[in-house]
Design a binder for this molecule. Sequence first.
Ligand code: PMP
Length: 383
Amino acid sequence: MIYLDHNATTAPAPEVIAAMLAVLSNGWANSSSQHAAGQESKRTLAAARATVARVLGCKPVEVIFTSGATEANHLAVRGLLAAASPERKRVLFSSVEHAGHLRLARALAAAGVAVDWLPVRPDGTLDLTAAQALIGPNVALVSLMAANNETGVLMPVAEVAALTHAAGAVLHVDATQFIGKLPFNFASFGADAVSLSAHKFQGPKGVGALLLRQGVSLTPQTLGSQERGRRGGTENLPGIVGMAAALDLLGNLGAQAARIAGLRDALESGLKNALPDTHVWCQNVPRLPGTTYVRFGQLSVDVVLQRLDRLGVAASSGAACSSGGSEPSHVLTAMGVPADEALAAVRFSLGSTTTADEIAYLLQELPPLLAPLLCEEELLTAP
Ligand code: PMP
């Protein structure tokens, strides 16, 4: 399989699997237990926390382990809102947040919380002028993703952090697609709380973290003594150790990003040359290195994914969580893209394991399969 769906998930690295197996077979005692085996697990947990903190540029006490980014996002938004002073009750979300996060926003609105939306421009970037007008003194919290999972567009975290802090509010950033793809340092990032998920950077599924700046108040949402009372429940030690191992493997992300962006650019220009009906969204704005979001004329994404499947290539129709549905992507809709174009959206997401040979194979095999379909489409839609 040629795997070009790294934004959906990634394969666990062999070192990650080895580290997890060691804990599953020999280090399975409860880290809250008094006995020697429990104390050994406690030390394993502390060592994993120290690794996570070192790689991500935060203090160990600022790491709250969770079951992934969805839980971290919920803990941040509900927990920061509950801890905000009573006169601050508005919450702002960008209109292109991950589908799960939008559900949370809608649930809060339905429960009577004042929710407002930060819009994006037609090129997929955040509308900072609109953000400036919306971030006022009655805002408790702004929640913004660092990088969009569909378009790959990078959001202006530092600028929004400055606006948010000037208004006396706190900033939560969902960095699920950012961490592992671009250099990250919590101390200089600007956000008060940051969500991440291990399975996006060759770690296991079902584990992630919320990084919470020391001194920022958060009301726990799952009660229990673990994680200093901020997230109850026996820790997923194999998962946590796997996540730490995956972070430890990240290495020089700047160099890796340059290599992947080169492959992504070759893919985009190759597709455009071979199939002039190719349209690439968000091509000229700051993006994740490996993400490309395209349509081939208005060919239905299902048809394209079928042909890709025949070639043994795994790609996606925008957000994996909504694939199978016939709703146009909310991200493209927020950018003002018409539904018929949005329903043709195909996302290729390249990653650390992607090779030049894989891109060359795709460029050689896909255009001959799509060209006749595009001709047919032109004939059908000709006036
Ligand atoms: N936020 C973003 C931006 C994502 O891409 C994802 C995963 N697709 C999530 C949150 C959810 O992460 P998890 O699977 O760890 O719950």
